[in-house]
Design a protein. Structure first.
Length: 172
């Protein structure tokens, strides 16, 4: 394929043998992926503010998943995609996440939200939170070799068998 810089179109010609010029196909340059839901961080911030207002009026708990749904995304990872789009979009998304995590933390502290749900949400949706448990296991192995052995397994098991190779015969 070759790119024509004059008209920003993609011309499909490579890997096709002996095509006359009048038969060449020109296709418009196409963008990859779904179109952006928000062209500017300000437009996104307006919709985020609308979500928080809705939650406050309806007495709903802020969640990343519901924010994503409210913004028109099909998956919560779309929010992370916007976060990496530009520094301005990144700041907008981080502020929204911070407000949601603060709301969740307050709900966990004042017991208006179930602690296990808050922990799950913070661990799965925010950087810097982990739910780990350290376990230490001590295993003690006592081998009883039997009476009159002094704990020596070799006395109980006997000598290790030595493999015997088959004897060669004259035919081989």
């Amino acid at each position: 394929m070759t790119r024509s810089s004059a008209d920003s179109q993609l011309t499909v010609t490579d890997n096709l043998p002996d095509i006359p010029p009048e038969k060449k196909i020109a296709m418009p340059k196409m963008k990859v992926g779904a179109p952006a839901k928000f062209d500017t961080p300000e437009a996104m911030q307006d919709k985020i503010d609308e979500y928080f207002l809705y939650c406050d009026q309806a007495k709903k708990i802020y969640t990343v998943e519901m924010l994503c749904y409210f913004l028109g995304f099909e998956h919560r990872h779309a929010l992370a995609d916007y976060e990496t789009r530009s520094p301005e979009f990144g700041a907008t998304v981080r502020r929204a996440r911070l407000k949601i995590s603060a709301h969740r933390m307050e709900g966990g502290l004042d017991h208006s939200q179930h602690n296990k749900i808050v922990i799950f949400d913070l661990v799965n949706n925010y950087d810097g939170y982990r739910d780990t448990r350290d376990a230490v296991a001590t295993v003690e192995v006592n081998v009883f070799a039997g009476p009159n052995t002094g704990g020596d397994l070799a006395k109980v098991l006997g000598p290790a068998p030595v493999p015997q190779l088959p004897e060669k015969t004259g035919n081989e």
